[in-house]
Design a protein around this ligand. Sequence first.
Ligand code: KIV
Length: 272
Amino acid sequence: MSTAKKVYKRVTTKSLVEMKRNNRKIAMLTAYDYTMAKIIDNAGIDVILVGDSASNVMAGHETTLPITLDQMIYHASSVIRAVERCLVVVDLPFGSYQGNSRNALESAIRIMKESGAHSIKIEGGKEISESITRILSAGIPVMGHLGLTPQSIYKFGTYSVRAKEDEEAEKLKEDAKLLEELGCFALVLEKVPAKLAKEVAESISIPVIGIGAGGGVDGQVLVTHDMLGMNHEFSPRFLRRYLDLYSEMDGALKNYINDVKSGDFPNDEEQY
Ligand code: KIV
C-alpha cells in the first residue's frame, strides 16, 4: 500500500482572480472547526471562510458582535490544521479594526501569525480604507465585505436587503471600486439586489462572491450549517438547503437513546 500523501494544487488569492478571468465560478463555505473543515476541503471547495458567524453558529449569540479576536484565532487554527488545498479567509471581528488602522494591522497580524491563516476579511468601504491599506502594506491579503455587513446591525436595525435605494447603491458601487483600487483580492457582497451585484461584478476585476446577491456574480458563499439544514429556524430566500441534517441527526440521536435505554446497545460484538 502506498504511503504517499496526495499532492494538491493549492488555491491562492491569485488563482481566484484567474478563475474570474476564465469565467469559472468560485465556491466558498464557512467552517469553524477541524472536522468540518476537513470534510469541506476534501469535497473540493475553493475557499473556507472562518466567519465571525461563529458567534451565532458556534456560541449561540444573537449577533456577530460578541466574538473576540482570541476566539477567532482559536477557530481559524482548528480550520488551518485540517486544510490541504483550499484558501482560508478569516474575519476580523467587531472591535478589532474599526477606527484605528494600527489596531487593525495588529489584529490582522495576530490572525496570520497565531492561526496560520492565508488572508483576512473585513467589513466596510471608504470608512475603513486606512485600515485596509495598512494591512495590505504588511503583505496580508484582504477580502472586502459590502452590502449587509452584520457587524453594523445596530446601525441598520434590520437584516433586510441593502442598497435598494439609489443613494446606497451608488455608495456601494464606489466602495467596491475603492476596494479594488486599494488592492483587495476579492469582495463579498451580502444581501443586495441581484441586478446591482451583477453590475458591481462586471465593473471590477477582482472576484465578487455573493450571499443573497443573485447569480450574476463570480462565486457564492453560504454558512455551512445553514446549507446542511442543521437548523430549522433560519430560512431566508437565498438559502438552498442541500440536506436536512437536523432531522437526520434527530433520528440517529433518538435511536441511540432508545438503544441504550432498552439495553440493545452495546451488543455482544460491541464489547471486549
Ligand atoms: O461570517 C460569515 O459567515 C460571513 C458570511 C455570511 C459571508 O461573513
